[in-house]
Design a protein around this ligand. Structure first.
Ligand code: BGC
Length: 767
């Protein structure tokens, strides 16, 4: 293993040109080496749910393939596991594979919020909720980095669509950024300390993320304490010097001869402070040093280590996929299937033998093997049960193939039970473009009704990377198992779930709406003329559906099990106080398996502030926990810990989190719309003080702890002891209390003149 780098002496020894070269990669997947100083190149490789190490220079979009690696469930699936321990285990395996392939940094996880179900890359993202995205993102980073391999948390920030992704400005207000789009990154950065962060392609409020000092330096480093390296998304840099100034250390892939020349010229002319360049170079060297100190083989001559245990990793991929599936409905307990000898299980749908288990684009993995559900199900059923397959429809077309459909319907009519595998074809969702609708292809939905008419014992198994519309066909299905894009072992996991060898324990990390137009972002997605306005504000996903009281197909957090759980004994203990930020609320409850099978429950804690002075979502997820596998009759106590921040909103007036004292409602349950236990807590906090000036309204002055007294004193009382002018007239205060005091000073007869206002403002204590 090479000796660690002495960064200070290397900085002194590097020429300006060498420093500039280090701020760019040397090719598509490597940092720049400086052989004369013993600085090796390190390899970067996609991606979040499996490695995509391209053997040579690579073509970036995956056309030229990559070395075989395990394809784990995509984030769309892992998000539904609600299980950080599982995601950490997947991360460990991913890190171990990176080690064998000489990769220093895995380019993931992607933790962007699923703002719209249409986003083409939703399959790479965890959730519409920032807590779920942050907790699972941190777990993946911890898992990978435990192997001595780095990660790159992406795409920072507000990269929530593919349409015009390299240019569009995400126009998001400050509060929405702080409450929805940044907290996931904040959690991953502060809790898991990723080696690197990848900036987004898009602009945020008019400034490219790659050139955004507020994002890359003020928030990321100054506030959150990030000490790693910021790299660009592939091709996100447009002005290398401005990007360097803003805090972007490494440009990928390199614009060789252009970006390095621009850095050198700017440093020579004095436009670029060389200290800024040195800072970026030091971060690149630190990354190289971290790679050297890990177990990784680094440098041009790096050789891959002996391979990983592909079978063991495949088994992990299978177990993980089973943990992610969401049982949406299960009428008459049709699942798990309990066929006996002589029964026929009809397996319908091309996806059962040609599975769709990952998405397209930079995250596409070349899997070590791929399960198919037909074979896996045949292996899982008891002897004497026949599993018979008919494709039913073709993938990649929406036209009904009469012959295929008729064959499938005939088979369904003869079978004891029908399992139909439906899903979105590759062409419908991918990196690079967004969907325009939520529908499954028409040839699939048309078939469902015909199959149900032939045999009502109909189970639908879904493979898709983001929400699809169910409302026009789900009445035909007795049971629906949403498997998302769950990796190379998706087929085996589906078989395990169908026969009950695994009990579904996934829960929806995104709402399944009845109609696309119900989605809160609908009127503002994907924007136009280079701008997308995040007009729904903080009301993203369930926060919006709930605020509008919209019925949905299945709510956020929903998911059934083959067993039942009872919730009891909700307790809360409040300690500390908000003023010195020591407020802590411990929330506990017990969950007991009251059914017949072993299973896991995802216990969810939602918080409501019913009396907020700002518009807040009716419920927000502030804690979740997946229980251990509980045997029938077994219970588990679950504890959540809330802090002041969990009860607060982001104040755009004070640019900080504000807790408004008062009553908060807590609800614990099995989905955002299935709260089993509720209680309230009283949190005390001083009312936030608003700074008064001449444009403060009369009402604000009267609500101000000091200002109210000063104003009353300045206005004075009449001979009957009643306040003079407007202060004695409640009705008038209601009508013009929202006028600024400086404006009221010009109105006659109100008892407030400019001298009164000046007197009041002069005597206010400094803020
Ligand atoms: C994607 C990133 C990816 C990078 C390298 C970009 O197009 O947005 O997620 O890591 O390419 O493949």
């Amino acid at each position: 293993m090479p000796a660690p780098l002495n960064i200070a002496s290397l900085l002194a020894a590097l020429t300006l040109e060498e420093k500039a070269s280090l701020c760019l990669g040397s090719d598509f997947w490597h940092t720049a080496p400086i052989p004369r100083l013993g600085i090796p190149a390190v390899a970067l490789s996609d991606g979040p749910h499996g490695l995509r190490k391209q053997p040579d220079e690579g073509d970036h979009v995956g056309i030229s393939g990559s070395l075989p690696a395990t394809c784990y469930p995509t984030a769309s699936a892992l998000g539904s596991s609600f299980d950080p321990d599982l995601v950490r285990r997947v991360g460990e395996a991913l890190g171990a594979e990176a080690l064998t392939q000489g990769v220093a940094v895995v380019l993931g996880p992607g933790i962007n919020i699923k703002r719209s179900p249409l986003c083409g890359r939703n399959f790479e993202y965890f959730s519409e909720d920032p807590l779920v995205s942050g907790v699972l993102g941190a777990a993946l980073v911890e898992g990978v980095q435990s192997q001595g391999i780095g990660t790159s948390v992406k795409h920072y920030a507000a990269n929530n669509q593919e349409t015009d992704r390299l240019r569009v400005s995400a126009d998001v207000d400050e509060r929405t950024l702080r409450e929805i789009y940044l907290p996931g990154f904040e959690r991953v950065v502060t809790q898991a300390r990723p080696w690197t962060v990848m900036c987004a392609y898009n602009k945020v409020n008019g400034v490219y993320a790659s050139e955004n000092p507020w994002l890359l330096t003020e928030v990321l480093r100054d506030e959150w304490g990030f000490d790693g390296l910021v790299m660009s998304d592939w091709g996100a840099v447009h002005d290398r010097v401005a990007a360097l100034d803003a805090g972007l250390d490494l440009e990928m892939p390199p614009d060789l001869g252009v970006s390095d020349a621009a850095i050198v010229a700017a440093a020579r002319s004095g436009e670029l402070d060389e200290a800024v360049l040195d800072r970026a170079v030091a971060r690149v060297l630190r990354l190289v040093d971290r790679a050297l100190s890990g177990a990784i083989d680094v440098g041009e001559e790096a050789t891959a280590r002996p391979g990983f245990d592909a079978d063991r990793h495949h088994a992990l991929a299978r177990a993980a996929a089973a943990e992610c599936a969401v049982l949406l409905k299960n009428d008459g307990d049709l699942l798990p299937l309990q066929p006996s000898a002589g029964d026929t299980v009809a397996v319908i749908g091309e996806f059962a033998r040609t599975p769709r288990y990952q998405g397209a684009g930079s995250s596409r993995v070349n899997p070590t093997q791929v399960d198919n559900a037909v074979d896996e199900l045949q292996a899982a059923v008891p002897d004497g049960v026949r599993v018979v397959f008919a494709p039913g429809f073709g993938i990649g077309t929406t036209t009904v193939d009469d012959e295929l459909a008729a064959e499938a319907v005939a088979l369904a009519g003869r079978a004891s039970v029908v399992v139909v595998f439906l899903g979105l074809p590759d062409a419908d969702e991918s990196e690079g473009f967004d969907r325009t609708h939520l529908d499954l292809p028409a040839n699939q939905t048309a078939l469902v009704g015909r199959l149900a008419a032939a045999n009502p014992n109909l189970v639908v198994v879904l493979a898709n990377g983001s929400a699809v519309r169910l409302s026009d066909w789900e009445q035909h299905a007795a049971a629906i198992l949403e498997c998302w894009l769950s990796g190379q072992a998706a087929g085996g996991a589906a078989a395990d779930l169908l026969v009950g060898a695994a009990n579904p324990s996934g829960r929806l990390a995104e709402t399944l709406p009845l109609r696309l137009k119900d989605n809160p972002s609908y009127l503002n997605f994907p924007g136009e003329h280079g701008h997308v306005r995040y007009g729904e504000g903080v009301f993203v996903g369930y926060r919006g559906y709930d605020a509008l009281l919209l019925p949905v197909s299945y709510p956020f957090g929903h998911g059934l099990s083959y067993t039942n759980f009872e919730y009891a004994d909700l307790t809360t203990t409040l300690t500390g106080n908000a003023e010195d930020d020591t407020l802590a609320v411990a929330v506990t409850c017990t969950v007991t398996n009251t059914g017949q099978r072993a299973g896991k429950e995802v216990v969810q804690l939602y918080v409501t502030d019913p009396d907020s002075s700002v518009a807040r979502p009716p419920r927000e997820l502030k804690g979740f926990a997946k229980t251990a596998t509980l045997a029938p009759g077994e219970g588990q106590t679950v504890t959540f810990r809330l802090q002041s921040r969990d009860l607060s909103y982001w104040s755009v007036r004070q640019h900080r989190w504000v807790l408004e004292g008062g009553t908060f409602r807590l609800g614990v349950g099995a989905s955002s719309r299935d709260l089993r236990l509720t209680t309230t807590i009283e949190a005390t906090a001083l009312p936030p003080t608003v700074e008064l000036d001449g444009m403060s309204t009369l009402e604000e002055c009267l609500a101000h702890p000091v200002g109210a007294g000063l104003l009353r004193e300045a206005v004075g009382v009449d001979e009957n002891g009643r306040p003079r002018g407007i202060l004695g007239d409640e009705e008038l205060i209601r009508v013009i209390g929202n006028f600024p005091i400086r404006t009221l000073a010009a109105f006659p007869g109100l008892g407030i003149d400019h001298a009164t206002v000046d007197h009041l403002l002069r005597r206010l204590p400094p803020q």
